[in-house]
Design a protein around this ligand. Structure first.
Ligand code: ASP
Length: 263
C-alpha cells in the first residue's frame, strides 16, 4: 500500500504585500519539518495515527501557527485550545476543548482516546485529566507572541472575533491558522488530527469545529480522512468532515467530488 501524508497550517490569507521572503521561508520550512517527521514515521512502517500526531505536534511547537505555542488570545487575554484525533481503522477518537497551558493539546486528545472511556473532555475536567496523565504543561510566557498580542489588541475592545491571518479587514476579519494532518500508512489505515487556538478575542467558552469529531476532524478507512480549517461555526453547522465521508460512503462519490459538493 502506498503511504501518504497531507497537512495544513490554516486557511487564512497572508497578503503577498505582507509576506517577505524571510517570512515565507519560515512558514515553508516549519511545514516541511512537520511533513518530513510524519513521512519518516510512515516510511518506517509507522501507523497513520502516529504520523498525524507527529505532524500536528511539530506545528503546535511553532509559534507561526494558531495552535499550541502560537495560539491566539481570547477576549480575557488567555489561550484556550481545542484539538481532536481520529483513527480510521475503527473510528476511535479523542478530543479536548478549552484547555490551557498544555504544550501539545493533540497529545492530550490522543490520551483521551486511549486512556479514558470518553471521546471529548472540555475545560476544567480536561485539565484534571491532563494532570492525571502528567501532560507537559507550559506557563503563559511560552504562549506569548507579540504578533498575536497585537492582533488581539486591534479588536480587544469590540464584540468582534477573528480567525488568524487575514487581509486585515478589521470590521469583518477573516483570520485563520489552525493546523491539521491526514495520513495513510503502509497497511492502508488512515487517520486525521486537528489542533487550534480558535479565534482571536473569542468569548463565552466558544468552541469551534476543531475539537468536534465529524465537524472539524473525521477518519474512516472505508472513505477518507479529513481535517478542516476555516470559520468553525460554518463547519459545525455543516458537520462538514462527516458529510464528505458520508457522500463517499452512501453515494459513492469520489473524494474530490464529495469535498467540492460540501465546500
Ligand atoms: N476552525 C477553527 C475554529 O473555528 C479556526 C481555524 O481553522 O483557523 O476554531
Amino acid at each position: 500500500m502506498p503511504i501518504a501524508i497531507a497537512l495544513h497550517g490554516g486557511a487564512g490569507t497572508i497578503l503577498r504585500s505582507e509576506m517577505s521572503p524571510d517570512k515565507e521561508s519560515r512558514y515553508t520550512s516549519a511545514l516541511r519539518i512537520a511533513l518530513e517527521a510524519a513521512y519518516h514515521c510512515l516510511s518506517k512502517q509507522g501507523a497513520a495515527l502516529d504520523a498525524v500526531e507527529i505532524a500536528v505536534k511539530s506545528l503546535e511547537d511553532c509559534s507561526l501557527f494558531n495552535a499550541g505555542k502560537g495560539s491566539v488570545f481570547t477576549a480575557d487575554g488567555t489561550h484556550e485550545m481545542d484539538a481532536s484525533i481520529m483513527d480510521g481503522r475503527d473510528r476511535t477518537a479523542g478530543a479536548v476543548s478549552l484547555v490551557t497551558g498544555i504544550k501539545n493539546p493533540i497529545h492530550l486528545a490522543r490520551l483521551v482516546m486511549e486512556q479514558s472511556d470518553h471521546v471529548l473532555l472540555a475545560g476544567a475536567g480536561a485539565m484534571k485529566f491532563a494532570l492525571k496523565m502528567q501532560c507537559e504543561m507550559k506557563d503563559e510566557a511560552y504562549f506569548y507572541d507579540e504578533y498575536r498580542y497585537q492582533q488581539w489588541q486591534s479588536i480587544k475592545d469590540t464584540d468582534g472575533f477573528q480567525l488568524d491571518h487575514s487581509a486585515q479587514n478589521k470590521k469583518t476579519p477573516k483570520n485563520l491558522g489552525t493546523v491539521g494532518a491526514v495520513a495513510c500508512d503502509i497497511h492502508g489505515n488512515i487517520a486525521a488530527a486537528t489542533s487550534t487556538g480558535g479565534m482571536t478575542n473569542k468569548r463565552w467558552g466558544r468552541i469551534g469545529d476543531s475539537s468536534i469529531i465529524g465537524a472539524g476532524t473525521y477518519a474512516n478507512n472505508r472513505t477518507c480522512a479529513v481535517s478542516c480549517t476555516g470559520s468553525g461555526e460554518y463547519f459545525l453547522r455543516g458537520v462538514v468532515a462527516y458529510d464528505v465521508s458520508c457522500l463517499m460512503e452512501y453515494k459513492n462519490l469520489s473524494l474530490q467530488d464529495a469535498a467540492t459538493k460540501v465546500v
